[in-house]
Write a protein that binds this ligand. Structure first.
Ligand code: CTP
Ligand code: MG
Length: 235
């Protein structure tokens, strides 16, 4: 069972504020994308990484992969991304060679996921789950609201789901190849993760324990946290 990873890295990072595309912003001197690629290639099971680059940044991404030390056992492919995450993942899957039967999808924006989490996802797919997502219990209570027309206006609360039953999902999400390709071929609409598309087909999706360090770098404060985590690891 060969394993490939698609890394969507084509987003601009609007919520991070002005600057380079998010995946090319540096954490302690190294581009976030390189941290994310290393996190995937750290797994001995991973033999191919497909990076979906900002459309105007494929040459830059290729040269970054050339200059940074990466494991010899892993192959790298770079393709240009699309307007949405879903489209970018799809473009990555279009570059997937036939001989990979386990496929992971991992956000470049989660550069610090530990290898044990990656391996746990791969193992669960190999054990027969068609779709696997790492996730953590929530710290905050979550409320469903009626979104306001104007930002900042008070929003009526509709419901409070029982927190103990909720999970915040991370990446890498892992899939049986045929299941993920079928999801991307058949499911349309605004779905924010790949496992959500598999759910929409009525397929079984399971959750395995995620990791605090797999958090998504989204807003400026997340950069501070990511650099502190790296400093603690002395990278
Ligand atoms: N992504 C992508 N192609 C897009 C949009 C997003 O490949 N058109 C990727 C991002 O690069 C990121 C992952 O999807 O690795 C998760 O998306 P998110 O954290 O929302 O990143 P951005 O879309 O770049 O950030 P923002 O929404 O703040 O602009
Ligand atoms: Mg986004």
């Amino acid at each position: 069972a060969r394993t490939a990873v698609v890394i969507p890295a084509a987003g601009r990072g609007v919520r991070l504020g002005p600057g380079a595309p998010k995946a090319l912003r540096t954490l302690n001197g190294t581009p976030m994308l390189i941290h994310a690629v290393r996190a995937m290639a750290a797994s001995r099971a991973v033999s191919l990484v497909i990076v979906v680059a900002p459309p105007d940044g494929t040459a830059e991404v290729k040269s970054l992969l050339d200059v940074h030390a990466l494991p010899e056992r892993t192959d790298f492919v770079v393709v240009p991304g699309g307007d949405t995450r879903q489209e970018s993942v799809r473009l990555g899957l279009d570059a997937l060679p036939p001989d990979y039967d386990v496929v992971l999808v991992h956000d470049a924006a989660r550069p610090l996921v530990p290898v044990d989490t990656v391996d746990a996802v791969i193992e669960a797919v190999r054990d027969g789950a068609p779709a696997v997502v790492p996730a953590l219990p929530l710290a905050d209570t979550v409320k469903e609201v009626e979104p306001a027309d104007r930002p900042g206006d008070p929003e009526p609360v509709l419901a409070t789901p029982e927190r103990a039953r909720l999970r915040a999902v991370q990446t890498p999400q892992g899939f049986d190849r045929a299941t993920l390709l079928r999801a991307h071929d058949t499911v349309t609409g605004d779905i924010t993760d790949d496992a959500g598309m598999v759910e929409r087909m009525g397929e079984r999706v399971v959750v395995v324990p995620g990791h605090e360090e797999a958090f998504k770098v989204t807003r400026p404060l997340d950069l501070v946290l990511a650099e502190a985590v790296l400093a603690r690891r002395r990278l």
